[in-house]
Design a protein around this ligand. Sequence first.
Ligand code: AVI
Length: 318
Amino acid sequence: MLEQFIREVDAGLSAVQKHLPSKYFYDARGDALFSKIMAMPEYYLTRAELEIFTEQAEAIITALDFHAGDYFDLIELGAGDGLKTKKLLQVLMHHQYQFDFIPIDISANVLDILAQSVMTDLPEVVVKPRQGDYMAILASLKNDHHPKAVLFLGSNMGNMSDTQASKFLQELGENLNPGDSVLLGVDLIKSADIVLPAYNDAQHITRDFNLNLLRRINRELEGDFDLAGFAHAPEYTEEEGIARSFLVSQHAQTVTIGKIGKQYHFSKGERIFTEVSRKYSREILEEILAPTDLRIVAEFNDSQHYFADFVLRREMRD
Ligand code: AVI
């Protein structure tokens, strides 16, 4: 784990256009900051998707096409705060569907919190948390003879490039059986005056979240980044539909990272690219899905059309 962090930081900071992987935002401090981001007035994504789940859970369940009497697996990739999933679980329980709820996450801690909260609020739901790699666990579940619906919510796919997203959905499809479903939550392309503030909030929580990458390198890799020497700078245009976050060096500076045993030079104005947050249209999603076995069968939107939850179905191969 530490070796991979070292390798990826060294590769990213040695590149001509410096970059760092956004997955390293999420240590304990990063998780707490992201929880705050989800509650910010500017971060419309969480509220929009929660509205979809609150208002349209019945229709979503119909689109997932479970048959009465079938015992199925409801799998969630990345255990979030559970708020949206609980809406779905409530309606499923109300209609006396029979299923296991299987949240999968790499963090045992995050899984524990979600499992506890579901067991407290909905004690009749069978929760079977699985810790580890998404695809490895899906592969291990593939032959359990239960129909499956996989939830991948919260615009988490937006943090992948289109190539990565396509590869991810291809693998996801390969680990499902024909007829299984995916419920995919994505943020939709809209104007910059709505999207940009979500990544550049008035309380500067997103700035701290972005800078947390450098703080983490300082702590875990013995770095000496001066956090005040880097500014948070997000960019977004509606034409492209991709929000990108950068950290911009405020003056020429040299940073030493002890555990790598190297120094990295930053010129004034030089940027570190830290995160992509893709916004989608149905057409873009269809292009991403083209090489996969998954097809769109339904789309649910919030009342403002900010967000979409797509139901995808693993099709039969001929
Ligand atoms: C987790 N992910 C969907 C968030 C997003 O909107 O891209 C991460 C985030 N980055 C800055 N703010 C929120």
